[in-house]
Design a protein around this ligand. Structure first.
Ligand code: PDD
Length: 294
């Protein structure tokens, strides 16, 4: 349950306890919907335009017409953010969750006729990235990527990701890093970067991975840094041989993976390239908190 008791549902702002969705909603029955998670730093949405563009792309990919213009979306999101800023002034960072499903219809897999989508959103406190994670890193395991072939869609039907993350949880590690046909794709809920001899690499965008907004920011920061970055396919062997492995997401930000399948990555500590790029990410985040960038 979220800490902040205001949600947006189908055109209305209301207390979470009053928000009701039909059990015949196709989101519930089929997982027929898409979602977004938008970090909010100091009351400012992180790459809001990019998140809204991904939302638009995802709706188009599953043939749901976008219920709102970008300005209307920004209005809804800002109202949820402002509610937190006004009522919970101690909360510095938040996240906004948005979910849109195809709507309520009698059960049939094929699309129903024209029906209104269900639109749900709320803001909550952002999970805090613990400094022990950024300093000492987290552990991960590799797993076969047994998801479907449209992983670029941020779909709410996340059962494969749920099972993979649970496999990681049961192995007492933070993330499952996925391998498809001998190549790294991404994490169960994150994108992955590797570093070898100071060269930073991440898999190119394709139907095999979610086009992460944090990933895109990192690619930009790397381009402006003294390091060379490449968006190229990475083999499982190259992943195992990497000097550094990083995972990125809106929720986890950038974390070093220092133990993979029980083996140390590099010297088993957060690497120098990670620390350098993390510094740039933190500078960016602070300027967003200060209202200087979007
Ligand atoms: N997940 N890949 C997958 C499969 C993800 O689920 C996520 C994020 C990412 C990173 O994308 P971004 O940087 O835009 O957050 C990559 C979100 C946070 C979630 O499901 O909660």
């Amino acid at each position: 349950m979220n800490n902040i008791d205001l949600v947006y549902l189908d055109g209305k702002f209301l207390p979470a306890k009053d928000a009701k969705i039909s059990p015949f909603d196709r989101g519930f029955i089929f997982g027929d919907g898409i979602y977004e998670v938008i970090p909010v730093f100091g009351g400012h949405g992180f790459r809001l335009a990019e998140h809204l563009q991904r939302l638009t792309n995802n709706l188009a990919a599953i043939s749901i017409s976008n219920p709102h213009t970008q300005d209307q979306w920004a209005g809804i999101i800002n109202k949820l953010i402002d509610n937190v800023v006004t009522n919970f002034p101690d909360i510095i960072d938040q996240m906004v969750y948005i979910q849109i499903t195809r709507g309520v219809a009698p059960r049939d897999h094929a699309f129903p006729g024209k029906i209104p989508p269900t639109v749900f959103a709320y803001a909550d406190t952002a999970p805090v990235t613990k400094s022990e994670y950024t300093e000492h890193g987290v552990s991960a395991i590799t797993c076969p990527d047994n998801r479907w072939q449209r992983c670029e869609i941020k779909a709410t039907s996340l059962l494969a990701n749920v099972l993979l993350r649970q496999q990681a949880a049961e192995a007492n590690v933070t993330e499952a890093i996925l391998i498809r046909d001998n190549f790294l794709t991404e994490g169960a809920a994150s994108n992955i970067f590797i570093v070898k001899d100071k060269l930073i690499r991440t898999p190119p965008k394709s139907e095999q991975i979610l086009p992460g907004i944090t990933r895109d920011l990192l690619v930009e920061l790397i381009t402006k840094s003294k390091f060379t970055g490449e968006e190229t396919m990475i083999t499982e062997q190259e992943l195992s041989d990497a000097d550094e492995i990083w995972m990125t997401s809106s929720v986890k930000e950038i974390l070093p993976v220092t133990l993979l399948n029980g083996n140390k990555v590099g010297n088993g500590l957060a690497g120098p390239v990670y620390k350098n790029i993390l510094g740039k990410y933190r500078t960016y985040k602070q300027s967003l908190r200060d209202g200087a960038v979007t």
